[in-house]
Design a protein around this ligand. Structure first.
Ligand code: IPD
Ligand code: CA
Ligand code: CA
Length: 265
C-alpha cells in the first residue's frame, strides 16, 4: 500500500471509530444548523480534527481542505476531507455514513479512502493501481443499458431552485431503470458503484469533499465519472454522473435531453 494511502487509512479508522462510538451515545451529539436543511455536529468537527492531526503528524507541510475547517495551508499535496458524509443519517440514528479522505497532488486525485465504521467496510484506491474493499479488488457491474439497473441518487434538498430540473431528469431515468436508492451518503454511493452493488449514480450540487475520494474509487473499479453533459467539470460544478464505462452513454443519453441551463455542467 502506498505510504500516503496508509496514513489516510489510519486517519479514517481513527475518525470512524470515534464516530461509531458517538453513534451509540446520541445524548452527547450536539447538532447545529449551518444552512438550509444542512446540519453539523460536534462529532463532525472532532472527527475532522482527528483526521488532520493524524495526517499532519506524518506530513506537516501538506495542505487540507475540510468540510468543517475550510482550506488550511498551501502545498502541491492537498487532502480533501469529509469527516462524516451522511450527517443527516447520523443525527437521525440511521447507520449509513462514512469518513471520506482523498489526496490530490498538483490537482490530481492520487489516493482515496472511504470508511464505513458501522459495517467495518474500508474502500481504498490508488490512481492506476485499482480499488479495493477490505483488501479485495473491486469491479463495477457488467450492465450495458439502463434496463434492470439499480441506481443511486441524492435529492437537491439544499437547492430547491433545481428541484423541477432534477425531477424531470429523475423521471426520465426512473422510467428505464429497475429502481433507485437515496442513501444519504454520496461517498458511499460512489463506493457501492465500485463494488457493483449499484449500477450508476447521479446527483447535483455536491461539494469536492463529498466526491473526491469516492470518484477515484469508482474510476479505479471501471466507472467513468462525468458532469451532466459528459464533460470533466464535476468537481467544480458538483453535478456528477457515474456509471460503468459501457452503461454511461445510456445514462447520459437519458439526462442530456432533459437538461436546463442552470444545471448544464
Ligand atoms: C451529504 C451526503 C448526501 C448528499 C448531500 C451531501 P453531508 O453530505 O453526501 O448523500 O445528498 O448533498 O451534502 O452533509 O452528510 O456530509
Ligand atoms: Ca458530504
Ligand atoms: Ca460531512
Amino acid at each position: 500500500m502506498h505510504p500516503m494511502l496508509n496514513i489516510a487509512v489510519r486517519a479514517a479508522r481513527a475518525a470512524g471509530n470515534f464516530i461509531a462510538k458517538s453513534f451509540e451515545q446520541p445524548d452527547k451529539v450536539e447538532a447545529t444548523p449551518k444552512g438550509t436543511h444542512d446540519w453539523v455536529t460536534n462529532i463532525d468537527k472532532e472527527a475532522e480534527r482527528i483526521i488532520i492531526e493524524t495526517i499532519r503528524r506524518s506530513y506537516p507541510d501538506h495542505a487540507f481542505i475540510g468540510e468543517e475547517g475550510g482550506i488550511q495551508g498551501e502545498s502541491d499535496f492537498q487532502w480533501v476531507i469529509d469527516p462524516l458524509d451522511g450527517t443527516t443519517n447520523f443525527i437521525r440514528g440511521i447507520p449509513h455514513f462514512c469518513v471520506s479522505i482523498a489526496l490530490r497532488v498538483k490537482g490530481k486525485t492520487e489516493q482515496a479512502v472511504v470508511f464505513d465504521p458501522i459495517r467495518g467496510e474500508l474502500f481504498t484506491a490508488s490512481r492506476g493501481v485499482g480499488a479495493q474493499l477490505n483488501g479485495k479488488r473491486l469491479r463495477v457491474s457488467q450492465v450495458r443499458d439502463l434496463e434492470g439497473t439499480v441506481l443511486a441518487t441524492g435529492l437537491p434538498f439544499k437547492q430547491r431552485q433545481h428541484y423541477n430540473s432534477y425531477m424531470t431528469i429523475f423521471t426520465a431515468i426512473f422510467e428505464k431503470a429497475a429502481d433507485v436508492r437515496r442513501t444519504g451518503s454520496a461517498a458511499l454511493d460512489l463506493s457501492y458503484l465500485a463494488a457493483g452493488r449499484i449500477d450508476g449514480f447521479f446527483e447535483l450540487g455536491l461539494k469536492p469533499w463529498d466526491i473526491a475520494a469516492g470518484e477515484l474509487i469508482a474510476r479505479e473499479a471501471g466507472a467513468i465519472v462525468t458532469d451532466f453533459t459528459g464533460g470533466h467539470n464535476y468537481l467544480k460544478s458538483g453535478n456528477i454522473v457515474a456509471a460503468p464505462a459501457r452503461m454511461l452513454p445510456a445514462l447520459l443519453g437519458t439526462i442530456k435531453p432533459n437538461l436546463t441551463d442552470a444545471i448544464r455542467q
